[in-house]
Design a protein around this ligand. Structure first.
Ligand SMILES: Cc1cc2nc3c(=O)[nH]c(=O)nc-3n(C[C@H](O)[C@H](O)[C@H](O)COP(=O)(O)OP(=O)(O)OC[C@H]3O[C@@H](n4cnc5c(N)ncnc54)[C@H](O)[C@@H]3O)c2cc1C
Length: 384
């Protein structure tokens, strides 16, 4: 099944992290000719997700950004406001555009082999790697091969581990009458009921008659499918005041939000993407962290630096994430109140920089001091 018996790099998982890394390798002058094996258990043909993120400049995947917004709004029962996010733009990429874009380039490269199957594992032996795909074993020559793994396997729940699920269902709807301002997206709308825990909706308009609307929760358990439908319907009629529409597409997703330590250095592989800790524990945002990580990996590989020296996420950001996660998990404060305070008392660009792990200590102190002191102090002490 495999064409070759030796590769420079093996990339497990052709999702966001695997493809982001591969695309950068292929565009790096010192790495473009490396022999690479990419493996996934499925062909990436479905529009299985939509990525939103913010950025100040043109990013690596700017060509396939489906829509950008300069204006973002935030709603809760305590506070609502347009957010001036300059110098950032809020951007959206559709999964299907991302996969097609990457594979149209990858498929032209004779040095990249794409294989489909369930990766069951691998073992380094003397000068060889035994790679198991489905029920087959492949003995590959170890040519200094580096394996990058984006296959996420949740760890066993340990004492002290905290795990929430960010789960959401979204509909792309088409309305009979003009109903949206295509220049303004709603990043978070917390006016929906909070009976299950932290819950918000968001609206990404593509035109004045079409938008993606998502209903999102940060809770321990999923809802029944019909509940997401009921809440989406309710949000569209009650808050957006739209009655006449058709559902064109649906999306459902679950993102783990956990204090589990997912490191870059795995067993016999470099862990990337969600599996390598690139999902921000307190927000679920991952796309931009994956982009930063892929760029940095390629910088290391392109200059022959050992990935053993790859820098970890600064500890203070993990500490902030775990503190907020603790508060949400143990219901010490309602999520809608926390996010309202964050946006009410801080400049939006500072909040976005903070959520990107790019803020300065001074900015962080200001942001932290805008939040209720006691619950955060107690949760912080627990983390220490
Ligand atoms: C519906 C949805 C919407 C999201 N929206 C956003 C967003 O707006 N912004 C944001 O920042 N983040 C978002 N995320 C979170 C995150 O960006 C995505 O989950 C992202 O795809 C993570 O990239 P990844 O490469 O780590 O995992 P994936 O993209 O899931 O890639 C993993 C790949 O591994 C393959 N695989 C798994 N097991 C095996 C196996 N045993 N053998 C072979 N292949 C295997 C899978 O088929 C998949 O292709 C979203 C997540 C979901 C699910």
């Amino acid at each position: 099944m495999l064409r070759s018996n030796s590769y420079d790099y093996i990339i497990c998982g052709a999702g966001c992290a695997g493809l982001s890394l591969l695309m950068r390798i292929l565009r790096h002058k010192n790495l473009a000719d490396k022999k690479i094996l990419l493996i996934d258990k499925e062909t990436k043909s479905k529009n299985d997700r939509t990525w939103c993120f913010w950025e100040t400049d043109d990013g690596f995947f700017d060509e396939i950004v489906f829509k950008k917004w300069n204006n973002i709004s935030f709603f809760s029962n305590d506070y609502f406001s347009p957010l001036d996010i300059a110098p950032y733009q809020y951007k959206m990429i559709r999964g299907t555009d991302f996969y097609n874009y990457c594979f149209s380039e990858i498929n032209q490269k004779s040095n990249v082999e794409v294989a489909y199957g369930d990766v069951k594992g691998w073992m380094y032996e003397k000068e060889a790697i035994i790679l198991k795909i489905d029920d087959k074993e492949f003995r590959l020559l170890d040519a200094g091969t580096q394996i990058f793994n984006s296959i996420y396997k949740p760890a066993e729940v340990k004492k002290g581990s905290v795990k929430l699920l960010q789960h959401f269902k979204g509909w792309v709807i088409e309305t009979a009458k003009p109903s949206f301002n295509p220049e303004e997206a709603t990043m978070m709308d917390f006016r929906v009921h909070q009976l299950h825990g932290t819950t918000f909706a968001y609206v990404l308009p593509f035109s004045n008659t079409s938008a993606l609307i998502e209903y999102t929760l940060f809770t321990k358990n999923l809802l029944e499918d019909k509940e997401y439908d009921k809440e989406l319907k309710n949000y569209i009629t009650e808050f957006l005041k739209i009655d006449d529409y058709v559902i064109k597409e649906e999306e459902f997703g679950i993102i783990p939000m956990t204090n589990e330590r997912l490191s870059f250095k795995g067993q016999d592989a470099w862990m990337i993407g969600t599996a390598g800790g690139q999902t921000k524990a307190s927000s679920g945002y991952t796309f931009q962290f994956i982009q930063k990580q892929s760029k940095q990996i390629v910088d290391f590989l392109g200059t022959n630096r050992s990935l053993s020296n790859f820098p970890a996420t600064p500890a203070r950001f993990r500490f902030y994430d775990n503190t907020l996660l603790h508060i949400l998990f143990y219901n010490k404060l309602p999520g809608d109140k926390i996010f309202s305070q964050l946006f009410k008392k801080n400049k939006p660009r500072h909040v976005l920089r903070f959520l990107d792990n790019e803020s300065s200590l001074q900015e962080e102190l200001k942001i932290i001091s805008s939040l209720p002191t006691w619950p955060f102090l107690k949760a912080a002490i627990k983390q220490l």
